[in-house]
Each structure stands twice: as C-alpha cells, then as structure tokens.
Ligand binder design. Sequence first.
Ligand SMILES: CC(C)(COP(=O)(O)OP(=O)(O)OC[C@H]1O[C@@H](n2cnc3c(N)ncnc32)[C@H](O)[C@@H]1OP(=O)(O)O)[C@@H](O)C(=O)NCCC(=O)NCCS
Length: 157
Amino acid sequence: MKPDSQIEFFGLVELYHEGRLGKPLVKSYVELLSELSNRIYNLEDTYKRLVDIATEGRYNETVLWAVRERQVVGTAQATLLNIATPKVYVNEVVVTETLRKSGIGHDLMSLLLARIEAKWPQARRIELTSSPKRNTRSFYERLGFQTRETDVYSMKL
Ligand SMILES: CC(C)(COP(=O)(O)OP(=O)(O)OC[C@H]1O[C@@H](n2cnc3c(N)ncnc32)[C@H](O)[C@@H]1OP(=O)(O)O)[C@@H](O)C(=O)NCCC(=O)NCCS
C-alpha cells in the first residue's frame, strides 16, 4: 500500500486546544483500542480522562493519534515514570487493521520518540513489552529498540 497522504498526526493536547477533541473522534479512538484488546472502553470515561490529560497536565502522558477522515486510525502513547531513575513506558500502539503495513505505525512511533526526547530529556530508557504472538520484533527493531532477556510479571486487578 502507498503512503497515505490523508493521514495527519496530532498530539492530544494540540487537538484539545484547537477545539477538535470531540466525542466522535474519541469514539473512533475507543473503537481502535478494541482492536488491541478485548477490553470494552467506556466512551464517557475515556473522553473525561483525555480532557483531564489535555487540560490539567497532571498525568505524565503523551498521546498521539493518526487521523484520517475524522477517525483515529492509529495511536501510540508514552508515560513518564519520574521517580528514582526516570524512564518512559510506551504502550497502546495500534493501527487499524485495514491500514497496516503502509508506514503509519512507523511514522507514529518516530514522532512519539521525538516528542519523548524533547519533553522528557531526563529519561534514560524507553521500555515497552509486546507479546511474541504479535510479530512486532522487526517493527520495533527498525525504530531502534533492542529486545532484552527479561521476565515480564503481570497481575490482573
Ligand atoms: C504493530 C503495528 C502498530 C504496526 O503498525 P503499521 O502501520 O502496520 O506499521 P508499519 O506499516 O510502519 O510497519 C509494519 C510493517 O509493514 C512494512 N511496511 C511499511 N510500509 C510498507 C509498504 N509501503 N509496503 C509494504 N510493507 C510496508 C514494514 O516494513 C513493517 O514490516 P516489519 O513489521 O516486518 O518491520 C500494527 O501492526 C498493529 O496495530 N498491530 C496490532 C496491534 C499490535 O500488535 N500493537 C503492538 C502492541 S506492542
């Protein structure tokens, strides 16, 4: 597939301040997230949380969206853990299935990495985990990530 010239990339905060963070856009974001996991996201709660992030700046989060025809078709997000050793976790990276393998994911992640460096210069490391079933190794390696021998522990709440 050819690179899609109708795709535009936005940070959540810019979109909010331009008055473009409407519920239809957030609905498409919630639908996109459901391609990543079986979890059902509540539209109202998600909208409120996004507005909180955009307005109050109390979360150490960066949320990027790829938008096409007023729909969120890709997203990537980063969170700064700013305690003893500042590090950044990247998660919720997803491109809608019909538009995959056209470079949107790479462009989104490149933009996210640039913003992480600019926003959080104190961070020493960026981490993310991905299930081997997802076959994302070459995608992340091309962006500069290296796999680490590590056990990942997780607990359901
Ligand atoms: C992982 C994911 C975000 C990648 O998004 P994407 O937009 O498909 O990413 P890109 O198009 O930039 O790259 C994907 C592949 O397409 C290839 N590609 C990119 N542009 C291409 C083009 N024009 N023609 C053919 N192939 C192309 C890339 O080389 C890359 O191959 P690789 O994975 O072997 O490195 C997407 O596959 C996805 O949402 N997967 C499901 C959710 C998921 O697994 N998320 C990661 C959780 S950690």
